[in-house]
Design a protein around this ligand. Sequence first.
Ligand code: ASP
Length: 343
Amino acid sequence: MIEETSILIIYTGGTIGMIADKETGALVPFNFDNINNQIPELKRFNFTLDFHCFEPIMDSSNMDPVVWIELGQIIKKNYEDYDGFVILHGSDTMAYTASAMSFILENLNKPVVFTGSQLPLGVLRTDGRENLITSIEIAAAKDDDTPIVPEVCVYFENHLMRANRSTKYNAENFNAFVSGNLPLLADVGIYIKYNRNIILKPNFKKLKVHEKMVTGVAVLKLFPGISKEFIIAFFKIVGLKGVVMESFGSGNAPSEPWFVNAIEEAIDLGVVILNVTQCITGAVEHGKYETSVLLEKAGVIGGGDITTEAALTKLMYLFGKGIEREDVAKLLRKSLRGELTIN
Ligand code: ASP
């Protein structure tokens, strides 16, 4: 007997699951038990679609590592029973959750596709219908019984991106996400054109779900005029273990002695500092300008072309492993889930 394809759809919250209340007109979450009334096209898939709805559902601004681990546990529990997973999530922090899941799920050999929408499913002009239907198709897609996209990814408005390369860059357009440093995993039009050279290959090892993320991590966005007081106060944060420093251009920061000293002192005290660029495209290159030579000398780690979302969640994941600081630093320089271009 040929087994039927089965997809688990997990609704965490966000705009996609909203409809207008008949009486008040206000947006309220709809009951996923009635999803077939909402999107009758789903009945046309000739495979099993099951739903898991978060209770309570969340606006993605309230997402945190505890929920990411819960999501990992749901996937772990259902991993053998489904061919793929579609996660419906608010778009605002989707790139963070999706990046985190790419680290939490080691040896992933099945698709985990994040999607959402800018307009609720219950609105006539919604982008949610197409996003959901195509995400299901991608989660189910196989070549000779092997999933075509066995990795965590984000699908939004015709673009399939590696999760840990995606960033939300537009608060209004249907085309809300960008993958600034990696070509798309698939371009969707009449056909779904998979970019097979870029998509990660399955390793057929057993799934390992990491269930610890450490939160003593913060993002420091540099800006012209940043003050000594601000920097000193920042590095006094109790329990600070890791910092994603968003610097200018190809990794540049103020070269003033008070700034460099503050960085050196923090590193001496054991804080790991990862330098990422504020630009959407391009990479940190320590040594290109004198300003970044000072950072390298101080012991700052160059983050290459990693996104802030991936950098932050990678630090949380690495500290969660309970490994030594030197090993965290070593692994930050490696690409663990395709989050970094190694030349
Ligand atoms: N505020 C919503 C959220 O991120 C927006 C959306 O779903 O796109 O949860």
